[in-house]
Design a protein around this ligand. Sequence first.
Ligand code: FPP
Length: 240
Amino acid sequence: MRSDGKTVRSGSDKSTAVPKHIGIIMDGNGRWATKRLLPRSAGHRAGVKNITPVVTYALESGVSCVTLYAFSAENKCRPKDEVDSLVDLIRKHLKPMTRDLIARGARVMFSGDRDYFPDDIRNIISEVENENAFESAQTVNIALNYGGRSEIVRACKLAAQNGEITETSIEKALYTAGLPDPDMIVRTGGEKRLSNFLLYQSAYSELFFTDTLWPDFDAAELQTMMSEFARRQRRFGKLQ
Ligand code: FPP
């Protein structure tokens, strides 16, 4: 039992069908703040605070990869003050947050076009990558200035440069090369769409949508989704 009274299955009580890879679209920060008469930036701050507990629960449950949609390529088109506040949050929290995840044994990696970000943020990303000086069975993949369509275009160009365009050569050129495809994609905040997230990789993902706004989403709700995942029949287009 957790201190907030909710029961969460411990890491040792694993389902037989634990997803290998969960992608999370962390939506609803703005509405969470607006409901409390706070500026949207307060919702993003609450959203950042929620990442470590949810990701830690997934890792303790035996999930080998979590991909977080932290800053989409389209987020750059929001009003400048909101983009600035998101970039400031990344500047302030990326290193401590990832250091904590690395200390828990995860490898942290990034997907997306980092050239958009100012030098100091690109340096933070490189520093975090360099702190991963170990092999780990668990990965936290942070999608920053990421868009699924541009990832596919980039991967096709790289695959063509290196030879033939095939599914294998495209997969090797995706940011997620070497990771399993997401078994589950979770979207909080009530919308039911993928919004350019892991478009190539999500061909057979099981989709989970909840009205819960990201800052309110917790391990107990993820546990419920993972239990439903374990009950779903996945056929990958085949009959059995
Ligand atoms: C969607 O909420 C969420 C985002 C645009 C950003 C999510 C980013 C974080 C939680 C922080 C990332 C930071 C680090 C350090 C990894 P929204 O604003 O679209 O919510 P709304 O739909 O209610 O307006």
